[in-house]
Ligand binder design. Structure first.
Ligand code: M6R
Length: 613
């Protein structure tokens, strides 16, 4: 996700910005840029060199003016537009005096851009963010000061943002605002700072303040004042920060894994933002495949590895149910070696967080070689897989540092289910009202995930009781089965305990022989249609001495009869349950691993990205 920094009143403005951008590197980025402001002049440099972008930017800034006291800087994690210098922030208005940096997604950017272009504005990039620079320009031309110009601009846009704007005509001012995307303000005598994260300004600012949603802040050397979107004064809440740099990079969490688990609501919101046109059509800006081709699809094959494979398994149920297309799911490393059949109308969807997993890339290559159209679902813009595929959908989860995938899973499921709804629209297999209800339901999942995260204490207690267990079976039916597979994968990679995921109905066909006292059975029981069957499976394992942990909805009052422990989750549409239910299983694996003293960010023997077969 993008990083933001700003400073006003400094004598070493460029150093503050570059140091801050370096400290934001852990967020992941593919390009970087700064703008320095002096009276009457906005000076800008940008660089797109992947993880070397800040270093390249430092070189590009060799001729920077030394007397600028105001500046803004940005590291970009591409969502709209390729990771190229032209799309890097800051973006300028038509006059070159206003500069804007933005983290988030402007959902109605296409419509706003069209209107601005019709009024004569010239756009230099294909980003959603650039509309903000031109909106501010118009309000400034109408006589508003920078604070009011930013407020007026934000009234036009929908979506998520942390934004900061400067103008050469108000050279000692930065105006910043927030909705959803993080933003903080810091102060020190004679200097004010803003940043997306504390580490960017740690050691510089002495006092920190939180900017909340729909708050706008005007920073000057003397300090700041904050208003709401209507312009009424407000007070910002002071933050108690006594972190060192390492803690700060983890956002105050003990490790990246817990940070990434906590980021899932935000990651889901970002993945689903900007995905529906005014006429109700689900849209993927980045897809590069037209509707006629999607209408012609007769069969879908999903290829993926590990956690991404589990997300693909969930997608099978959604695409078959909603779009009435036959779907196969293949483990990527198996696909190319089994002489796969690719008929006319076969759409292959290759799912990979990193977009660099060699097995998935090879499977996608093989599918294309045999004539399939390939859509990549990736978290990394311009990853190898995204470049090689015919089309791409980005999951916008932000950087995932921890080896164990968490936010990648929920965002992959969300993106794939969105695609399933698009296919259903094009094939007219669902009434428009159903698509609308499902789309809104999908958007509500982020709140259900947040509610589930708030119950962490209850999960921690169960993990503490069962930390000594050595054998775990994870059971589920329907989409509860891939959820069980993913829950088992999280437990085995984080704790090194033996854990197996099974379809609950398969238990009697062999694995039941392994059930005995000491074995823990974790069961996903959240689908009402299969609830009775799940409970009878649990009665069978309980009768053989297993300890039963059930993931159950809040309104389920029968599960306690067969479960020793119940992990509660909010009820949701059955096909959305994997995104909610997996959260308690992630927390369970995380807590158990911590109790066992494991390194939760870097489990033994594993790599984040597997680039060898
Ligand atoms: O980057 P990818 O999604 O292609 O990675 C696939 C797997 O290597 C990955 O999901 C792996 O299984 C994770 N460590 C699971 O937590």
């Amino acid at each position: 996700m993008c990083g933001i920094i700003g400073v006003v009143g400094a004598s070493d403005t460029l150093d503050v910005l570059l140091e801050g951008l370096e400290r934001l590197e852990y967020r992941g980025y593919d390009s970087a840029g700064v703008a320095l402001v002096r009276p009457g002049e906005t000076w800008r440099r940008r660089a797109a060199a992947g993880v070397e972008s800040v270093a390249a930017l430092r070189v590009a800034c060799a001729d920077a003016p030394g007397d600028a006291r105001t500046g803004i800087g940005h590291t970009r994690w591409a969502t709209h537009g390729a990771p190229e210098a032209v799309n890097a922030h800051p973006h300028l208005d038509c006059t070159g005096r206003v500069a804007v940096i933005h983290n988030g997604i402007i959902e109605n950017h296409a419509a706003v851009r069209e209107e601005l272009e019709a009024r004569g504005h010239h756009f230099a990039s294909v980003t959603d963010s650039e509309v903000l620079a031109h909106l501010v320009e118009e309000s400034r031309a109408a006589g508003l000061d920078l604070l009011d110009a930013v407020r007026a601009s934000l009234a036009v846009v929908h979506g998520a943002f942390a934004v900061a704007a400067v103008d050469a005509d108000e050279p000692e001012v930065i105006v910043a605002a927030r909705r959803v995307s993080p933003l903080i303000v810091g102060t020190a005598p004679g200097v004010s700072y803003l940043a997306s994260d504390v580490p960017a300004i740690l050691g510089r600012a002495t006092t920190f303040y939180a900017v909340n949603d729909d708050e706008v802040v005007r920073l000057g050397p003397e300090g700041f004042r904050a208003v709401d979107l209507e312009g009424s004064p407000i007070r910002l809440r002071q933050l108690a920060i006594d972190w060192d740099l390492e803690t700060a990079e983890k956002g105050g969490h003990d490790d990246f894994l817990s940070k990434e688990i906590a980021e899932q609501p935000e990651a889901l919101r970002a993945t689903l933002a900007d995905r529906r046109r005014r006429d109700g059509a689900i849209t993927f800006d980045e897809l590069r495949i037209d509707d006629d081709e999607l209408v012609a699809v007769r069969r879908v094959v999903l290829v993926a590895a590990g956690t991404s494979h589990h997300a693909a398994l969930v997608a099978k149920y959604a695409i078959e149910r909603w779009a009435r297309l036959s779907v196969e799911v293949d483990i990527a490393s198996e696909y190319r070696y089994r002489d796969p059949i690719v008929e006319i109308g076969t759409l292959v969807i290759a799912v990979s967080q990193s977009g660099e997993t060699i097995d998935t890339i090879q499977a996608a290559r093989e599918a294309r070689r045999r004539g399939a159209r390939v859509v990549a679902v990736s978290n990394i813009v311009d990853s190898s897989l995204a470049r090689e595929a015919d089309a791409v959908i980005y999951t916008r989860a932000g950087l995932e540092v921890s080896v164990a995938s968490t936010k990648a899973f929920v965002t992959q499921v969300a993106a794939l289910e969105l695609l399933a709804l698009r296919l259903a629209q094009l094939r007219a297999t669902l009434p428009a009202s159903d698509v609308e209800a499902l789309f809104l339901g999908l958007r509500a999942v982020a709140d259900q995930v947040a509610a589930t995260l708030a119950r962490h204490d209850a999960v921690r207690d169960v993990a503490a009781t069962l930390a000594g267990a050595r054998d775990f079976f994870f059971l589920g039916r329907h989409v509860g089965f891939p959820t069980a597979l993913e829950g088992a994968l999280k437990l085995k990679e984080l704790t090194y305990r033996h854990a197996e995921g099974y379809p609950a109905g398969e238990l009697k066909h062999g694995p039941l022989a392994l059930i005995e006292p000491g074995v823990v059975v974790v069961a996903v029981t959240t689908d009402p249609a299969l609830h009775a069957k799940m409970l009878s499976n649990l009665a069978e394992v309980k009768a053989r001495g297993a300890t039963v942990v059930a993931v159950a909805t809040d309104d389920d009052d029968s599960v306690e009869a067969v479960a020793d422990f119940v992990l509660r989750v909010p009820a949701t549409e059955p096909l959305f349950t994997p995104m909610v239910d997996i959260v308690v299983l992630q927390l369970f694996a995380y807590d158990t691993a911590r109790l066992l003293g494991r390194n939760v960010d870097r489990p033994r023997n594993l790599a984040k990205t597997v680039t060898v077969e």
